[in-house]
Structures are given as structure tokens and as C-alpha cells.
Design a protein around this ligand. Structure first.
Ligand code: NAD
Length: 716
């Protein structure tokens, strides 16, 4: 009946047609311009067929439909001259209404992922059967958007307001059992019987055994809630959701407001309200930034896969040197994701601690029902604790995670090089020391690179893979492949002190030290930066990193970049360090830490810190929020620009993602470069000039000035 590049429609026996989504040349189905336009044509054919009695919708791919093609968002939803987006005449909204209004019963066979627009299409059908392996959801709010093809209209009318609020506000994907329980789908079927099951339902509806017209009336009419009920469910959830999402993520609230405003309306009016809500969020800076993050994430995943393909062999077994905070975490993550690992330390206590940490993390998963006891046993058994190098000649990669001391590393690295075979990759987890420098102690520097994890290893997604002057492509490729196997986000960077993330994090800390020296209250600075979006303010972050670690790293950075990172005064960090206030690790730093009921450290404001700082800082001064943000962010931003200009990192996108994944830079701002773009280069340079008296870290680079003069941006 219809054959296109994305959709085909064929007539089966008994007048039941099958509309199959199978986008040519792609591994997944998605709503791009072609699919949207062909859906309109397929519906033309269906509406024109006299012998049509029913319709099943299927997919020819492993997934059903993953949603709208985000790379086409710009062209799909371009604001008009008035700044609005016309969603009423949006071709896919028209399509879905036509599908819903076909004069015959319809059922969809959801064989795999049906996300966003994919699920919205399913909701437009009368019946939904789902493979036990499939997952569905409306993830739009995770991109700072709301569902825009009827999700806020049909989901509450099918499954009730509570379910719709939960699914849409969380954006989570849902398994088949949860979808059935919530009433979003009508049945779960093993994959091989799925299409047959959908045909049977349609046949039953044709035979009058299933009431499809009643379902349509429910979907196109108002919500079945009286005013008091509606008030309760929407107002309560708005309060709760706002508390979880925070003020910087408005989309979930906008979605709830749309559902609330359209509760007493029919489908067509409700779609207009959804369209207005969609426009409001789509043109927001948050949505643009979060869509940017999504696209950047795809870019870094693609680059990591390309590196992995260059690896001439897989990493079958690994080893880690040092069973401390990092070594223990690396061993756990490697074993968890299926790469057996030797864990070597010089002290039995180190090994015991490393294993105890792995045990604790695995037990948590067992207690939460996410893992069976036998699985936990098998994972633990794949960590081989050892005090010797026995068996190191059989491992494919060794990650060095001994203490951050170049002298120790210069002894340990040649030692391990002798114990492994000529082909083994050695990667250092150093946080700051130059890889090119460490390679000097090795006979096979080509097999050596950096593999910088973040603390805690199991929770932080980023791994910087650092290419020293002599690191070979093979060393980088195999190390990236190992990071991929560990479920981490690998970003390849070139060597320099601090690499990418620490090189820009220490200037940010320098900004903080300057503020405190000039009389700012560190608690207030933390509050401003947290409100700006950081998961923790700089004082709190320094406490978590540890004053000893920080002080050491600061020296390495100052040696590397003396012109702008040399300390010129005794900093608040120095004062804490000298007074044995190392931070969370010994229970006191800028704050003091008390254990809460769950055994987690809780920070408490400490008067002692103020007293210790008093002799070294100016009289208390109140700073405007904008000034705090500028003084904190400019040093990070100018240093990041230098990293990009020097080729330490290949693209603005990777730099932004490294900060989001490595130190929790606020995702709704999209990254430092996206933030600079949002204020404009010209404005950014003017802001730098305003603070240039604070030193070189506050100087915009020549390239930034040139970009400002030419009206350029980091993102096209
Ligand atoms: P740690 O002090 O907790 O652990 C170091 C371990 O190495 C100890 O168990 C020690 O016994 C062991 N060790 C010392 N010499 C050894 C040798 N010759 N052979 C084998 N084991 C030896 O340190 P950590 O915090 O886990 O840091 C380890 C490395 O990871 C450092 O280079 C550090 O800069 C880097 N790093 C740390 C963090 C962090 O936040 N802690 C983050 C990223 C990277």
C-alpha cells in the first residue's frame, strides 16, 4: 500500500494492514523529517483504502522508535518571527491525531526501545503490546524539554495523572512489567510472538470483543478527575518535583502545569496547551544547553568507539598497582564490568582495605536487590589481591595507582615494566604529573600513557586518557577500549601538568582563595556557586578532594605554569593544611564533618575555621553574587580556552563534557564554553577586563579577543 525509505504499509489477510518502521541506512528508527513526512503519506494510503479493517504498527529493527532525531531539532522546531513555535500544525501532531482517528482499530507491537516520540506514537494507537525485553519512556525533561507530540495529553488519560507525572517528570525508562502495572500497555509478550499478539487484539476489536471506541473517547476527552482531586495531585506533585529538580531545571514543572491546565479539556485543546509549554521550554537556554550535552555525549561516545576499533586486541585481564582509594575503586569497577584484575600493593593492610571497599559496594547492590549473592561472589573472585608481581607477564594492561609522588612512581614504573611482557600497556592514574616526564624512566615509553580516573571511581563517569609525547596510538586505543569496557566515558587529551580537568580546576580554586583573602565568607561563596548550579561549592569541594592532595597538586601546577599559578600569598587552603584540617578524610577542613544516621559525613559550619583564617584575610566584605561567579569562573574559563588553543583537548565539546563528567559542572549550562557562548564572547572579554587586576588567570586569551571582535562562538 505504501513503500518509502522509513515506512512501509502492507495489507495482510482479513483486511488488517501492517505499518512497519524500518529507516533505511540507519541502525535505529527515529522521527526525522523523512519519517515524519512518510508517516503522513502512509496515513493517506490507509485512509484511502476501502477494504481496511484494522492496523498493526511494527518495527523492522531491534528498537521500536528511539524518538525525534535530535540533530534535526533546529530545523524541526524553529521559532517564528514572534519567537513562538507552531505546534498546532506540527506535521507529526497532525499525523498522530490522524492515526488515532482512523476508522478502524489499531494496535502497536513494541519490540524494543520506544522513547519520546516513539512512545507518543504508541499512545496514539488503541492497544499496546510490549515485548518482555522492550523499554519505554518519555525522557524529554532530561533534555530540558517536555513531550511535544501528545505525551502530556495521552499518557495521563490512559494511565492516570499520577503515573504520567512520575514518568514525565523523572524521564526514566520503564521496563515491561512496570509499564503493564501502570496500565500504559495492555500485555507483555515474548518477542517472537509480538506481532501475532498485536494482530489478535486488532482481530478481537474487529469482532467486537474489545472496545476500541471507548478507549478513544477516554483519550480524547477530559481527564477523569474532579476539581479537588486534580488540585491535590497536581499541586502536591509540583511541590515535590520542584524540590527534586531544583530551580535550574524547569521542564518537569512546565509539563505538570500543561497536564493540569488541560485536565478538563479535550484532546485538541490540550494539544494547544502542550504546544505552548513546549515552546516555552524549547527556546530556553537550559534546553539548548542540555540538548547540546546530549549531542556532545554522542560525539565523545563515537570518538571512544573509533579509538576502540583501532585497538589491535581486546583487554582480557588487567592489573592495578596500589590498593588505596583509587586502586581499590579501579579493581572493583574492572571486576564488576567483567575484566578480571590483579590488585597489587606493598602492604597487606592496603589489600585488605581495597577488598573491603569492593565488598561494601557489592553488598549494597545485593541489599538493593540489584545483584544475586552468587554474582557478588564471582565478581569478588575475579579480583586477585597480591603482594608480588607473579603472573604480571600475562596481563594486557596495568594501571598504576600508587601514591602521588614522582620519586615513588619513577621507581615503581620501571619495576612493573620488567614484570610485564613487551606488549603490555602501562597506564598511570596520576592526577597531575606529566606523562612525558614519567615515561622517561621507562624502556618502552610507547606502551605508556595516562589513565586518569576520578574519585569515587564507581560513581564518576569520566576517564581522561593522556597521550604523552611518546605514547603510541596502540597504547591509547587499548586504554580507551579498557575504559569503554569499564563503562566509563573516555576523553583523549594531550599531556601537560594537571591534564585537562585538574589544570582548569586549580585556577577555579585559585579564584576561591582570592575571594576569601579579600574578605569573602567561604560559606557564602559555596552557597552562591551551588545556586549557580555546582553540586558543591569550592570550599566543600576542597574538603572532599583533601587539603594534602590539593596542596601537592597545587605545587605541581605552579611549577608547570609559573606565570599564572604561582602562589603569591598564604591561601585559605594553606591555613587549613597547616592546621591539620585535611577535609572530609580527617573530619575537619573548612567545615567539620559529623556522621549522620546512615554513616555518611554531614558538613557543619565551623567557627574554628573562621578564627584560623582571620589573621590571613581582609575584613569581612560582602560580594555581589555576580562578582563571586565572575571571580570563580573566569580563571577556569580562560585556562580551558588555553587548553583548547594549545590542543590539549581536541574540541570545545570534549572540554565541556570532561567538566560535566569529571567535576559535575552544571549540565543545564552545557559546559564552560557553552556558558561563554550564552553570555557572548564580547561580554566575556569585557568581564575579564573588569577583573584583570587580579592576575593573569583573569586575562582573556588573544584568540578569545579575536573571536569577540569577529562575533565568533565556540559552538556554531
Ligand atoms: P592512596 O594513598 O589511597 O593509595 C596508594 C596505595 O598505593 C596505598 O595502598 C599504598 O600502600 C600503595 N603503594 C605505595 N607504593 C606502592 C608500590 N610500590 N607498589 C604497590 N602499591 C604501592 O592513594 P590514592 O588516593 O588511591 O591515589 C593513588 C593515585 O591516584 C595517585 O597518583 C593519585 O594522584 C591518583 N588519583 C587520586 C585521586 C583521589 O581523589 N584520591 C583521584 C584521581 C587520581
Amino acid at each position: 500500500m505504501f513503500a518509502g525509505q522509513a515506512i512501509s504499509v502492507t495489507m495482510h489477510d482479513h483486511g488488517i494492514a501492517e505499518m512497519k518502521f524500518d529507516l533505511a541506512g540507519e541502525s535505529v528508527n527515529k522521527f526525522n523529517t523523512v519519517t515524519v513526512s512518510e508517516l503522513g503519506q502512509a496515513l493517506d494510503a490507509l485512509e484511502a483504502a476501502d477494504d481496511l479493517k484494522g492496523l498493526v504498527v511494527t518495527s523492522g529493527k531491534g528498537v521500536f522508535i528511539v524518538g525525534a532525531d535530535i540533530t534535526e531539532f533546529g530545523s524541526m522546531f524553529t521559532p517564528d518571527a514572534s519567537g513562538g513555535i507552531n505546534k498546532q500544525d506540527d506535521p507529526n501532531n497532525v499525523n498522530f491525531n490522524r492515526l488515532e482517528d482512523l476508522p478502524v482499530p489499531t494496535a502497536v507491537a513494541i519490540n524494543g526501545y520506544a522513547m519520546g516520540g516513539g512512545l507518543e506514537l504508541c499512545l496514539a494507537c488503541d492497544f499496546r503490546v510490549m515485548s518482555s525485553k522492550a523499554k519505554i519512556g518519555l525522557p524529554e525533561t532530561k533534555l530540558g524539554l517536555i513531550p511535544g507530540w501528545g505525551g502530556t495529553v495521552r499518557l495521563p488519560r490512559i494511565a492516570g495523572a499520577d503515573t504520567a507525572i512520575d514518568w514525565i517528570a523523572s524521564g526514566k525508562e520503564q521496563r515491561a512489567d512496570a509499564a503493564l502495572k501502570a496500565g500504559v500497555v495492555d500485555g507483555i509478550v515474548e518477542p517472537e510472538h509480538l506481532t501475532d499478539a498485536a494482530i489478535k487484539i486488532v482481530q478481537a476489536a474487529i469482532d467486537g470483543k474489545m472496545d476500541y471506541t471507548g478507549r478513544r473517547a477516554q483519550k480524547t476527552g477530559p481527564l477523569k478527575l474532579n476539581q479537588t482531586e486534580a488540585m491535590m495531585v497536581f499541586e502536591t506533585s509540583k511541590g515535590f518535583v520542584a524540590g527534586v529538580a531544583g530551580p535550574n531545571y524547569p521542564a518537569p514543572i512546565v509539563a505538570i502545569e500543561c497536564m493540569q491546565q488541560s485536565a478538563d479539556k479535550g484532546r485538541d485543546e490540550a494539544l494547544v496547551i502542550e504546544g505552548e509549554g513546549f515552546t516555552k521550554v524549547m527556546v530556553s537556554e537550559q534546553a539548548q544547553a542540555m540538548i547540546g550535552i546530549f549531542l556532545n555525549d554522542q560525539l565523545i561516545a563515537k570518538k571512544a568507539k573509533t579509538w576502540e576499533k583501532k585497538a589491535d586486541k581486546k583487554i582480557h585481564t588487567a592489573a592495578v598497582l596500589g590498593a588505596g582509594i583509587m586502586g581499590g575503586g579501579i579493581a572493583y569497577q574492572s571486576a564488576l564490568k567483567g575484566t578480571p584484575i590483579k590488585m597489587k600493593d606493598i602492604a597487606q593492610e592496603g589489600l585488605d582495605l581495597g577488598l573491603a571497599e569492593a565488598n561494601k559496594l557489592l553488598s549494597k547492590q545485593v541489599n538493593r536487590g540489584r545483584m544475586k549473592v552468587e554474582q557478588m561472589g564471582a565478581i569478588l573472585a575475579s579480583i586477585d589481591p597480591t603482594l608480588s608481581y607473579d603472573g604480571f607477564d600475562a596481563v594486557d594492561i596495568v594501571v598504576e595507582a600508587v601514591v602521588e609522588n614522582p620519586k615513588v612512581k619513577n621507581i615503581v614504573l620501571p619495576e612493573v615494566e620488567k614484570a610485564v611482557n613487551d606488549d603490555t600497556i602501562i597506564a598511570s592514574n596520576t592526577s597531575t604529573i606529566s606523562i612525558t616526564y614519567l615515561a622517561e624512566s621507562l624502556e618502552r615509553p610507547e606502551n605508556f600513557c595516562g589513565m586518569h580516573f576520578f574519585n569515587p571511581v564507581h560513581a564518576m563517569p569520566l576517564v581522561e586518557v593522556i597521550r604523552g609525547e611518546k605514547s603510541s596510538d596502540t597504547a591509547i586505543a587499548r586504554t580507551v577500549a579498557y575504559a569503554n569496557a569499564m563503562g566509563k566515558k573516555a576523553i583523549v587529551v594531550n599531556d601537560c601538568p594537571g591534564f585537562l580537568v585538574n589544570r582548569v580546576l586549580f585556577p577555579y580554586f585559585a579564584g576561591f582563595m582570592g575571594l576569601v583573602k579579600d574578605g569573602a565568607d567561604f560559606v557564602k561563596v559555596d552557597k552562591v556557586m551551588e545556586r549557580w548550579g555546582w553540586p558543591m561549592g569550592p570550599a566543600y569541594l576542597m574538603d572532599v578532594v583533601g587539603m594534602d592532595t590539593g596542596s601537592h597538586a597545587e605545587q605541581v601546577m605552579a611549577e608547570g605554569f609559573p606565570d599564572r599559578m604561582t602562589k603569591t600569598f598564604k591561601t585559605a587552603g594553606d591555613v587549613m593544611f597547616e592546621n591539620d584540617r585535611y577535609g572530609q578524610k580527617n573530619g575537619k577542613g573548612f567545615y567539620v564533618y559529623e556522621m549522620d544516621k546512615r554513616g555518611k559525613p554531614k558538613k557543619v559550619i565551623s567557627e574554628d575555621s573562621y578564627q584560623l583564617l582571620a589573621p590571613h584575610v581582609a575584613e569581612r566584605t560582602e560580594f555581589e553574587q555576580d562578582e563571586v561567579v565572575a571571580r570563580m569562573m573566569i580563571p577556569m574559563a580562560t585556562e580551558l580556552a588555553r587548553c583548547l588553543e594549545e590542543g590539549i583537548v581536541e574540541s570545545a565539546a570534549e572540554a565541556d563534557m570532561a567538566l560535566v563528567f569529571g567535576v559535575g559542572f552544571p549540565p543545564f549550562r552545557g559546559g564552560v564554553f557553552r556558558w561563554i557562548d550564552s553570555i557572548g564572547l564580547e561580554q566575556f572579554v569585557a568581564m575579564c577586563d573588569q577583573y584583570k587586576h587580579l592576575g593573569k588567570l583573569y586575562q582573556a586569551t588573544d584568540r578569545q579577543r579575536e573571536m569577540a571582535a569577529n562575533g565568533e562562538q565556540y559552538y556554531a
